[in-house]
Design a protein around this ligand. Structure first.
Ligand SMILES: [Zn+2]
Length: 415
């Protein structure tokens, strides 16, 4: 039975970690930024050196393939992949693992001349982390990107997607052309770190993902009145920040008590204007995020939170605006891909557990166009989206071998 080369995979993981690498460990490599574009060029070089055909689509997605130069319905492929962009001060495995393990699998299969009926393709999807728009590249690939909204897409710091893509040599208006011809992908499976503590705590090496949460983000703006922070009597102040803070606390309570067991919420961005210690905040902007594997729960919570925002604004005599930013759809994973992975892991002697993904992934978009699934390996301490995100190297090897044989089984037309 063939297997991946852990030294080669380790060397590539450490090689990619140099792009945007931080002095104390971890990496900042946001999509379309100079370190990301250097990493893109490096990855294309590694794919070519491994004997793969490569191409980049109009959404900036990178592909490496065995024996084909484009995706066509005449030759449906088995696709794997993940992303090489990171969050600010992120870790070296989120995304990178799935791309580089996929590349390693294709190289190991090619070198061993293992026969496979369907071509194999590895993809690195653009802007998975959603600096400009969640799961951007896979959304474009799966035909879920509206050309009309592209001009308005911007990062929280105000940088526009069209400008960021132009600097990297891409025309954002062409991104929807990345749409894959229907029937071109026979199956998709993505290897990823769990990013949570469940597998490690249970001592299980492989997670088989049953469903992926949806993520809704909206900008909530409270509009009060800027005033002198010394001379304005307390009872006359219309403090936008205090309304925002009140809202954040109430939302937390509401989601914990009224959401599902899987519901989570976060306020990770707060801006106060004018932002001076001697001025009562006239305007407070929050980015509010909620996640749940059930779309109906998410929609209900979104409506209830909007009502909460209006109630808080009314009580505190400020205005409120709610602007939806993005909403990814929760997706069940393919039962066929789950069954294949479980069968492969039984053959490899690896225990598995089914779980849902509390993080969003490109695999949820791929579920729109093909049988889509994910394989998780444990995260050390459950840590992710931080510089000390890591997994055990043997866990990485086990996960990559599970991916390798899952891909081969899916690429056998009879599977
Ligand atoms: Zn990821």
């Amino acid at each position: 039975m063939i297997s991946i080369s852990l030294p080669r995979l380790t060397s590539r993981i450490n090689g990619l970690a140099r792009f945007g690498g931080l002095p104390g460990g971890g990496v900042t490599r946001m999509c379309w930024s100079p370190p990301h574009e250097e990493a893109r060029a490096w990855l294309l070089g590694e794919m070519r050196a491994a004997g793969l055909e490569t191409w980049v689509d109009p959404a900036g997605n990178i592909f490496g393939a065995t024996g084909i130069r484009a995706l066509r319905p005449e030759t449906p492929v088995v696709l794997t992949g993940s992303h090489i962009d990171t969050v600010p001060e992120g870790g070296i495995l989120d995304g990178a693992l799935g791309v580089l393990a996929g590349l390693e699998c294709l190289q190991a299969i090619g070198e061993s001349r293992t026969r496979h009926a369907r071509p194999l393709v590895v993809a690195a999807w653009s802007d998975e982390e959603g600096r400009y728009g969640s799961l951007f590249g896979s959304r474009a690939f799966c035909g879920m990107l509206e050309g009309a909204g592209l001009d308005d897409m911007a990062a929280v710091d105000g940088v526009r997607l069209v400008d960021a893509m132009a600097r990297a040599g891409f025309d954002a208006q062409r991104a929807p052309q990345a749409r894959v011809p229907p029937g071109s992908v026979a199956a998709y499976v993505e290897l990823h770190i769990e990013q949570g503590p469940r597998l490690e705590e249970a001592g299980i090496p492989i997670g088989v993902v049953e469903a992926i949460v949806g993520v809704r983000r909206s900008r909530v703006i409270f509009l009060g009145q800027a005033d002198h922070a010394g001379t304005t009597p307390m009872e006359r102040r219309r403090d936008a920040f205090l309304a925002a803070a009140d809202y954040a606390l109430r939302v937390r309570e509401h989601v914990v008590t009224r959401g599902s067991k899987a519901s989570v919420t976060n306020f990770g961005v707060v801006h106060v204007h004018p932002g001076a210690s001697n001025i009562v905040p006239g305007r407070a902007e929050l980015v509010h995020e909620m996640r749940d594997p059930d779309v109906s729960v998410l929609e209900r919570l979104a409506e209830e939170c909007a009502a909460l925002a209006r109630a808080v604004a009314g009580a505190r005599q400020v205005g409120v605006e709610i602007h939806p930013m993005s909403a990814t759809t929760p997706a069940p994973c393919s039962p066929r891909v789950q069954a294949v992975t479980e069968k492969i892991c039984a053959t490899l002697g690896l225990a598995t557990r089914r779980l849902y993904s509390a993080a969003g992934h490109d695999a949820q978009n791929l579920a729109r166009v093909t049988d889509s699934g994910m394989i998780f390996i444990p995260s050390l301490g459950g840590r992710s989206h931080r510089v000390d995100e890591m997994s055990d190297w043997h866990a990485i090897e086990r996960g990559a071998n599970a991916l390798l044989h899952t891909l081969l089984a899916l690429a056998d037309v009879t599977a």
